[in-house]
Every structure is written in structure tokens, then in C-alpha cells.
Design a protein. Structure first.
Length: 261
């Protein structure tokens, strides 16, 4: 079975497990006229960026066994393949993201930048992914997401940011630390016992001296996450980092998106 066939079968398995994705339909607001329209447009953009990030990160996660196979002789995933499989996930989930890329809208423009970032990051790491005789390449979903988000930020030219962050106790990379607003949302909302599972939070607040529309979407540990983040707590995972002892469905992080006005 080829690497690409393995990934395609994993996509089907993923949807069969009932993995949910962020709905990208605009929510009703109590704002009036142009303000409400602008808010809903920003929400659409932010949710779509979160969807495509999550889908592409899932593809990288599903490909870990193949990427880390020291005896693999065929080429590993390339950037276009990862993007295509991410789109396949979103299509199976009923997302309208695939239809909006490059459609001339602001949403399509940002998604096109994110697409290009995803493809470039994977292709630039092909020498790592295809190292012969190496059992662990280090190109894990978290690394892929960070690199893709940083590249997207460069391409967006300061107009938008995408970031994966987490509660301070779970942050492994200093660049993923939550800023003040993100930390307040995580600690006072997402970690609250009465916060609805999966409920997002949006706000318009200053960021680096500029007004920004901000979205935070909580993320929870799935079965695949526990290999590195589960138990026993303190045991070193495959990356050499101590496991957190997390439980399935516990809050593990959040996708944070800022759109500057």
C-alpha cells in the first residue's frame, strides 16, 4: 500500500470516528448595520483559517507512522499532497472552505496565503521527512503548525496572525506562550467547569497598538495526542519531553487568530 493510499484511508477513518470541525457560518450579533456585517465577515475568515490549519495538521498527524518509518523507500508527503488531503477532510466534513480559496474575497485571499504557507513548509522539510534510516524525524504536528503559522504571518504582511497556544502549564515552546488576552480567555473561560465544550470566544481588542478582531477556539486531547501528552506523567515521550499525564478530552490548547483592522 502506498503512502498516499494510507493517508486517504486514514481520512475516511477520521471522519468515521466523528471528528468535528469548526462551523464557519456567521453567528447572529446584536451589532447594527455595517458593524455587524464586518464582524461576521471577520468571523468567517478566522474560522476558515482555523479549519484549514486543523485539517492540515491532522494530515501530518496521520502520516507520522510513515514519516518516521526508517525503512521507508518511497518519498514522504509533499506540500501539495498535504494540502489536497486537508481539503479532502474539509469536503468530507461539509466545510465550504474548499470553495472559497482564491475566490477573490478577503477570506479567499487569506486562505490562499495559508495554502501557500502549508505547501512551502512541507516541501522545505522534505530532506528531513525523507531521511533514510532515521526512526524519528521530529516533523510532528505541533512543529508543522508553528512553522506554517509563522510563514502565514510573513505572507499576511502584518494583517493577520494564526497561533496555537495552550494553558501556561502545558506550553512546551516559548513561542507558543499565550499573551495576556489569550491567557485570560483560557483561564477564565475555557478552563471554567461550566464552559460549553468547543465553544469559541471572539472579541475586538487592542493588540500591539492596533485594533484587532480576535478568535480563540479551544482544542481537546484526542486519542492520538495522548502518545505524547498522556500518561504516565513525567515519562519522556518520543520527542524527549516529559508527558503531562493528560486525559482524553481534556483541554489541551487553543487556536488563536487575530485580524488587524
Amino acid at each position: 500500500m502506498t503512502h498516499r493510499t494510507v493517508r486517504r484511508s486514514l481520512l475516511v477513518s477520521l471522519l468515521a470516528l466523528g471528528v468535528s470541525w469548526f462551523g464557519s457560518s456567521a453567528v447572529a450579533t446584536d451589532r447594527g448595520g455595517a458593524e455587524a456585517s464586518a464582524h461576521d465577515a471577520e468571523l468567517q475568515i478566522a474560522l476558515s483559517l482555523a479549519e484549514l490549519l486543523r485539517a492540515s495538521r491532522t494530515v501530518i498527524g496521520n502520516a507520522q507512522a510513515s514519516i518516521n518509518d526508517p525503512d521507508r523507500t518511497e518519498a514522504g508527503p509533499d506540500g501539495q499532497g498535504v494540502f489536497d488531503d486537508a481539503i479532502a477532510i474539509l469536503q468530507l466534513a461539509g466545510s465550504d472552505v474548499p470553495q472559497t480559496i482564491d475566490d477573490g474575497s478577503d477570506r479567499g485571499r487569506y486562505l490562499a496565503l495559508q495554502r501557500d504557507a502549508i505547501i512551502e513548509v512541507v516541501d522545505e522539510n522534505r530532506s528531513v521527512i525523507d531521511q533514510p534510516g532515521v526512526g524519528f524525524k521530529g516533523f510532528v504536528p505541533a512543529v508543522f503548525a508553528r512553522l506554517s503559522n509563522e510563514r502565514f504571518g510573513e505572507k499576511a504582511g502584518g494583517e493577520a496572525r494564526v497561533k496555537v497556544t495552550a494553558p501556561m502549564s502545558l506550553v512546551r515552546n516559548r513561542r507558543a506562550r499565550p499573551d495576556g488576552w489569550e491567557r485570560e480567555v483560557i483561564e477564565s473561560r475555557f478552563m471554567a467547569s461550566d464552559w460549553p465544550r468547543g465553544e469559541r470566544h471572539v472579541d475586538t481588542v487592542p493588540l500591539d497598538g492596533r485594533e484587532a478582531f480576535r478568535l480563540m477556539v479551544p482544542e481537546y486531547y484526542g486519542t492520538g495526542c495522548l502518545a505524547c501528552h498522556g500518561g504516565p506523567a513525567g515519562e519522556l515521550d518520543i520527542t524527549g519531553y516529559p508527558k503531562e499525564g493528560a486525559e482524553h478530552d481534556a483541554l489541551g490548547g487553543a487556536i488563536s487568530i487575530a485580524l488587524f483592522r
